[in-house]
Ligand binder design. Structure first.
Ligand SMILES: [Fe+2]
Length: 257
């Protein structure tokens, strides 16, 4: 039968929507409660919706009873502090699973490449229902930062680098595309990440905000790219050696972020 997916994401796996006027909103992401959650890179998360409305970020399948990343429960204490973020996550009218703000410390391109991962968005998702994708709303004005998307983790051909000024809005099939953020700067980057179920509501939202499935890739000097490729290879090799020394098979689990 197959999953219900957005035609807009079929070709490239992502769309860039109209930019949001972030300056008009208060910085709600500074008011909400964060917890430490192991993810790719140096991060903390502040959930707005979770499996049972607690301030935790675990995959819904890690709870009892396990379930897929749908029907997230809004956390009253967080929603109260972040009404605009909540409104924006709910605006499409698509089912919301997890919804949280990520705080990311500065991350150079090479570390970003090492952090590239696919999300485990559709575990236990019943065939014939909507495929879970993720929305990324950049909150801070990270003018020197960019989201990196690849079809293959270690192959830079076709890499897309999407700029992350305040108000940038992306929807990405993060189970299909390898992804991570390069964050050049001194302050943390904040981004609202929402798990949405694909379907007519999400399609209408993408259309309303003129989603385009091609972005102008951020220009990065060749020497920075080359240094990043080398860093990724070096860190991958160090990681493999670490697991070999422990006599364990290397496991690169799909990240939650
Ligand atoms: Fe992710």
């Amino acid at each position: 039968m197959g999953y219900i997916k957005s035609a807009a994401l079929e070709e490239t796996g992502y769309v860039v929507l109209d930019s949001y006027d972030q300056e008009l909103d208060p910085k709600e992401w500074l008011d909400i409660e964060y917890n430490d959650w192991k993810s790719s890179g140096d991060t903390r998360f502040a959930p707005l919706a979770s499996a049972f409305g607690e301030i935790e970020c675990n995959g819904f399948w890690n709870h009892k009873p396990p379930r897929t990343d749908k029907d997230g429960v809004w956390i009253p204490s967080q929603v109260e502090k972040a009404p605009n973020l909540t409104r924006r996550a709910q605006e499409p009218g698509a089912n919301v699973g997890r919804c949280r703000v990520i705080e990311l410390q500065p991350t150079p391109y090479g570390d970003c490449l090492y952090n590239l991962h696919q999300d485990d968005n559709n575990r236990l998702n019943p065939d014939g229902t909507g495929w879970v994708v993720r929305g990324f709303f950049n909150l801070t004005d990270d003018t020197d930062s960019y989201f990196v998307l690849r079809e293959n983790r270690t192959d830079p051909r076709g890499e897309v680098r999407i700029a992350l000024p305040a108000g940038a809005q992306l929807i990405i099939d993060t189970q299909r595309l390898w992804h991570a953020a390069t964050h050049n700067g001194t302050d943390p980057r904040y981004c609202l990440i929402t798990s949405w179920t694909s379907g007519p509501e999400l399609d209408a939202y993408i259309e309303k905000y003129h989603g385009v499935n091609r972005a102008e890739s951020v220009d990065v000097p060749q020497d920075v790219l080359d240094h990043g490729y080398a860093e990724q290879a070096r860190k991958d090799a160090a990681r493999a050696a670490y697991y070999a020394a422990k006599g364990q098979a290397e496991v690169r689990a799909m990240s939650e972020a």
